[in-house]
Write a protein that binds this ligand. Structure first.
Ligand SMILES: Cc1cc2nc3c(=O)[nH]c(=O)nc-3n(C[C@H](O)[C@H](O)[C@H](O)COP(=O)(O)O)c2cc1C
Length: 170
């Protein structure tokens, strides 16, 4: 049964979002406000609060990586969502053997990584939308695809069933 509720005073979000790590130079930031907005050219939008160091760095360096990590790394993601700056690579226990062509970290434990250029920004409310164009993509076929879902308030989950819906033959 649906009851009226104040969404923002509830203890957690009701719609989980996929939590990822934004790598900008030597910094990592947890982020769940993101979505693909164009297939060709391949573009993403991410929402970043102005108070975050990543906001300043994205404006300065105009590039980043989007690192999609499996559920087994949820604690590492959470650590990267608690501090402003610092050595979050060491704190999280993650590793970054390689960098993209702009010097942003590529996290080894990821199952998918997008290396992106910032091509535009859009301010509307308390998050800035950074419009990213994906320049390189990396897939780790040895990592099982169990996405990290974030409900807010430190609550994480993943999917337990993979189902392929049968499409009607036309
Ligand atoms: C799972 C998770 C998701 C988050 N999603 C966002 C987000 O989409 N946008 C944002 O601005 N902050 C988000 N945050 C908060 C930032 O990650 C946090 O403020 C971080 O400390 C910023 O790091 P920085 O100042 O080094 O950039 C999220 C935090 C967590 C734990």
């Amino acid at each position: 049964m649906l009851i009226p509720s104040d969404y923002f005073t509830s203890p957690a979000h009701y719609q989980p979002r996929i939590a990822i790590l934004v790598g900008c130079q030597d910094n990592l930031m947890a982020l769940s406000w993101h979505m693909p907005i164009s297939k060709s050219p391949f573009r993403y939008a991410i929402g970043v609060r102005e108070e975050n160091m990543t906001h300043t760095m994205l404006l300065e360096y105009r590039s980043c990586t989007l690192n999609f990590l499996p559920f087994s790394s949820y604690e590492a993601i959470d650590i990267c969502g608690r501090a402003h700056g610092g050595d979050k690579l060491a704190d999280s226990g993650l590793t970054a053997t390689n960098r993209d062509k702009n010097g942003n970290m590529i996290i080894d434990e990821s199952d998918t990584v997008f290396a992106c250029d910032v091509i535009d920004t859009y301010q509307n409310g308390d998050h800035t939308l950074f419009i990213l164009e994906i320049q390189e993509t990396y897939i780790n076929i040895s990592v099982p695809s169990q996405p990290t879902l974030f409900f807010g308030q430190g609550c994480y989950a993943t999917i337990t069933n993979n189902i392929r819906a049968n499409k009607p033959v036309v």
